[in-house]
Design a protein around this ligand. Sequence first.
Ligand SMILES: [Zn+2]
Length: 340
Amino acid sequence: MHRERISDDVYVFTSGMYAQVTAGAILTPDGAIVIDTLPFPMETRQVIDYVERRCPGGIRYVIYTHYHADHTYGGYLFRNAQVISHELCRDLLLTRGEAGLQLARQQNASLAEVQLRLPDLVFSGELTLRLGGKTLVLTHSPGHTPDGITVYLKEDKILFAADTVMPVPYIVDGDADAMLKSLARLKTLPLENVVQGHGEIVLRGEISETINSSIGYLNKMQDAVASAMIANQSRDDLIREYDIESCGRSRIALNGLVQQLHAANLITTYDRFSMDKARLSARMRAVRAADKKSGKSAGKTTKTTAAGKSSTTRKSSTTGKSAAARKTAPARKSAGTRRR
Ligand SMILES: [Zn+2]
């Protein structure tokens, strides 16, 4: 486990055992707040030891940013703390938690002792928590999951973004459009540091680029799926042709795990578009509009440059198929309204 101090009395713990998942701790004179737990008891115990030794008030609150195992399995170790989450997080733990845990225990002996710890206090929308001179704003931030939240530490301008900000946005258990809205909201906050749910801490100078690149990824990834569907390509073609780098993100983050996450995003989106023609039509129109625009003007602004780049990739990888694809357009045009 790796520990980092990012501000006076604010720490981030990064798992060395599972996907660089993070937990945060805010130490105040009146006690500590821990944001997410680590999946393996051994590492969560290290977090607890470290915080309790420095915080005589003990750990008062644990916040779950969403219900996924890697963020909540350590919850049972915080015996004297109140656990806070979005109300959907409690619902999801109740409906899916036990089955997931049983499976996880079978697969990994180090999880044998884990018990589900349900949240004590839930909210919808937004909750402000004040303790020992610190103000934390907990805000619903769906996209990675329906129950996701972010935690904003006002005094220090630190955002615990959880899985709303990851080395690759991951929407298999969530929704790409919801994620885009959640990411857009983050751009309105004054920020010094962003603690991602997995991976390295994002520093001030990199924050807007990181958020913009997450937004860019989600758009490019969905455009890639629409392009493949316009060209009648299979899921296998889709994965072969549109790797993570073609959607603007690094392939090496999280020790390469991001490539699997990206492939899962593509397949999920392909299946969702197959079920939801309105959404597919809106995306197809956006793809065609971008193609048209990039054909007319050569990137004066950053926006057109990005559109030009992505459409170049698309054209080179689906050469000869776009004419056929355009023929299918009128039939699909009728359904759906544009979301953006
Ligand atoms: Zn997650």
